[in-house]
Design a protein around this ligand. Structure first.
Ligand SMILES: C[S@@+](CC[C@H](N)C(=O)[O-])C[C@H]1O[C@@H](n2cnc3c(N)ncnc32)[C@H](O)[C@@H]1O
Length: 340
């Protein structure tokens, strides 16, 4: 996984001076401490549950309240996703989380008011498979999220049978682990309401203009064979847009995108050491849409229900159809150029 490794443990914030202990205030959101309604006494977590949290291997840093925080290998929650979440109204929404791992983003959606959270993972595709972290976290947080550990993103519609009306889909840290990211986006569009919000997060090449993606098979990205694709920012946008989503907002590291290459990168280039360009994390939010799309010549079977194009068979209108489509496509490109 494209993440930094960290030591695992569970910490109590009150012991913040001990070596390796991080203060809870470092987290962007915290679960409130629990109090007994009658006596007003602070309820501590059941010691057994606290020990179970401490004994597991976590990737997510989850705040369980009362000062108990899992020491996730990936450190504090990604601030870009936190920013995107804070601009989405989760109240009363039906949410699907793809590849949820320990469940941080599912629990966060629930904490922000989601009515129903369906948390999926495909645990055969990750490390720490025997760690029941989602179940333990759900118990500690009294979560009502439904967990499905064996559902691939490609099978959400068939395997979940959860309806085609998700309001929000969380697709964080996944697309670059897939051989078919475009098929995955089509599968997600299928289970979303028109107007639903998709949150996409992942590794990108810092390039706002070029629409290309690097493929990793023999060569490894970050020595991790589970990484298949690395798109540029512009390519990720187009992957999302061509799957019948309209991009709403983008979140990149401040001052990072479009930055000049670092000295280290320039030295590497001088020494002819192969590298992928400047890699960073990026978040897009996009709205599920139905529309005419001038960039399609022929219908895509997976996306046909959302595509309002008329595809005339060759005849007297065919030439005009092609001229109109070319005009619209050029207009789209001009808009994109303005945005980049
Ligand atoms: C980098 S982790 C991301 C975890 C979490 N979504 C986050 O952003 O913190 C990648 C996750 O993708 C899941 N995964 C890999 N292939 C998948 C697939 N085909 N369908 C669904 N999930 C998949 C893995 O099991 C793992 O939980």
């Amino acid at each position: 996984m494209v993440r930094a490794k960290r030591r695992l443990s569970v910490v109590r914030c009150s012991a913040a001076t001990a070596v390796g202990v991080r203060s809870c205030s470092a987290l962007p959101f915290t679960t409130p401490q629990r109090f007994d309604r009658l006596t007003g006494i602070m309820l501590d977590m059941e010691p057994n549950l606290r020990d179970r949290i401490a004994s597991l291997k976590w990737v997510h840093t989850i705040d369980f309240g009362n000062g108990i925080v899992s020491r996730g290998q990936w450190g504090p929650p990604n601030p870009l996703i936190v920013r995107a979440f804070s601009e989405i109204d989760f109240t009363g929404k039906k949410v699907l989380d793809i590849g949820c791992w320990d469940g941080l983003w599912s629990f966060e959606a629930e904490r922000r008011g989601a009515r129903e959270v369906v948390a999926t993972d495909y645990t055969s595709q990750r490390s720490f498979q025997g760690q029941p972290t989602f179940a333990v976290a759900a118990e500690a947080l009294h979560s009502r999220a439904k967990y499905h550990p064996d559902v691939s993103v490609y099978d959400v519609k068939e395997k979940l049978q959860a309806g085609l009306d998700f309001d929000v889909v969380i697709f964080c840290g996944i697309y670059y682990h897939l051989k078919n990211p475009l098929l995955a986006l089509a599968r997600l569009r299928e289970v979303m309401k028109e107007g639903g919000i998709l949150v996409v997060e992942g590794a990108v090449i810092n390039n706002l203009a070029e629409t290309s993606a690097r493929f990793f098979y023999r060569e490894r990205l970050h020595r991790d064979a589970s990484n298949w694709w690395l798109p540029t920012v512009a390519c990720l946008r187009e992957w999302v847009e061509c799957s019948f989503f309209d991009v709403l907002k983008e979140y990149g590291p401040p001052g990072d995108l479009g930055k000049k290459p670092s000295v280290k990168r320039r030295i590497k280039a001088l020494l002819n050491i192969k590298e992928c360009g400047h890699i960073t994390r990026y978040v897009l939010t996009a709205r599920a849409t139905c529309r005419k799309d001038p960039n399609y010549s022929f219908p895509d079977d997976d996306l046909r229900p959302f595509d309002l194009n008329e595809y005339p068979i060759e005849g007297p209108n065919w030439k005009w159809f092609k001229v109109r489509r070319l005009g619209k496509s050029l207009l789209g490109k001009a808009k994109m150029f303005g945005r980049a």
